[in-house]
Design a protein around this ligand. Sequence first.
Ligand code: SF4
Length: 191
Amino acid sequence: MGELTKPTSSRVIQAGESGFATTKFNELLAWARKYSLFQYPFVTACCAMEFMATASPRYDVARFGAEAPRFTPRQSDVLWVVGTISQRQAPILKRVYEQMTEPKWVIAFGTCASCGGFYDNYATLAGIDKVVPVDVYIPGCPPRPEAVLDGLLLLQDKIASMDTTPGVVKPRHDPAQNLVNLRRKTEDSAG
Ligand code: SF4
């Protein structure tokens, strides 16, 4: 197979539509890959609680075809690095990544995995991108399951569009927090 090229156009075929569609093999492959992600969870610390919450029925990561874990890197597509990584763990993480076959992707789950978090000391790795390439960073200590799902969707977009630049999950618009802010503002102006 030749070098992968970026798709130039895309169109969704609606239900009941007749006719035919053409596509490129690489685009079809990318579309299939984004919905069949086998994960390898490299879980070390407290972020694990939110990782498990994301897999629960309430958030239902299975909707995105990414629920099945594989406890060997050789059968995995996505390396989820969840939690703090110490300097001693770093070579093991790198080895796990190297054992995964191409194509493969890496998600930095939480602030510690993304940049070391508040562990500014000699024992902690200041971000997993010091030892493995990261495709998506999910900030938060820990990130909420909604942010984790945003990170997964961001990765799927990158896989479908063959975009290899790293992405960061942005804060969500939070209607509940907006209401609180509005109430405080009203109270301040009244008082
Ligand atoms: S980001 Fe926060 S919750 Fe996650 S591992 Fe680090 S300290 Fe724990």
